[in-house]
Design a protein around this ligand. Structure first.
Ligand SMILES: Cc1cc2nc3c(=O)[nH]c(=O)nc-3n(C[C@H](O)[C@H](O)[C@H](O)COP(=O)(O)O)c2cc1C
Length: 189
């Protein structure tokens, strides 16, 4: 069972990375093989609407997204992490979402389990979570829940609350890791 954690923050070592690492650690404790990919410092351009992918699902833009396509396809489960930027995902996350159109053409994400990990300072996390759930569903992925963490400066999320009453941010992250593993296990039965 392979689980890919994608961190769509431009800030290395930030709150989203902390949350996704926590979720992946929980998944690993439950037997998953895990991989963390940071988008910080990567060159992923926006979709150019060239429609090259319409024929065979292969994106013509040669940048760092090509390696991410392979990792997404190989994974059984995806933990998609993004901070909230102006009540939305980051530009890095949006580039991945738009470029995932190429994978939709050939249904290569269909049947995978996916959970969202969203970090905010204050407002917009629920909205971003819903948006990501819809993106998962459009690909035919199984929504395995999500985690919200609150924090602003790097590391604040370690002490920050989660989105659910009584849960810390890191409790929620572990929950997302657990749910992705459980969903994959159920699908395999
Ligand atoms: C450009 C920008 C826009 C942001 N917009 C929001 C927002 O709309 N709502 C919010 O609660 N936090 C917002 N934040 C705060 C980040 O979500 C928060 O600092 C988060 O912890 C960053 O995650 P990271 O450490 O993984 O980069 C924004 C931060 C930046 C840099």
């Amino acid at each position: 069972m392979k689980i890919l954690g994608l961190v769509c923050s431009p800030r290395e070592g930030g709150n989203t990375e902390i949350m996704v690492r926590e979720a992946l650690d929980e998944a690993a404790r439950r037997g998953a093989e895990t991989e963390l990919v940071l988008l910080a410092g990567k060159n992923i351009t926006p979709c150019q609407a060239c429609e090259a992918c319409m024929a065979e699902g292969v994106c013509a833009v040669d940048d760092d997204m090509q390696a991410i396509y392979s990792k997404l396809v190989e994974a059984d489960g995806i933990l998609f992490g993004t901070p909230v930027y102006f009540i939305n995902v980051t530009a890095q996350a949006k580039a991945v979402i738009d470029r995932s159109f190429a994978l939709m053409m050939t249904g290569r994400l269909r049947g995978k389990a996916a959970a969202a990990v969203v970090v905010a300072r204050r407002v917009g996390a629920g909205q971003v979570l819903s948006l990501l759930y819809t993106w998962f569903a459009v690909h035919g992925m199984h929504v395995a829940g999500g985690a919200i963490g609150y924090g602003r400066e790097k590391g604040e999320v370690r002490e920050g609350p989660g989105g659910s009453p009584g849960l810390t941010a890191l409790d929620e992250a572990r929950g997302a890791g657990k749910n992705v593993v459980r969903t994959i296990e159920r699908l395999a039965r």
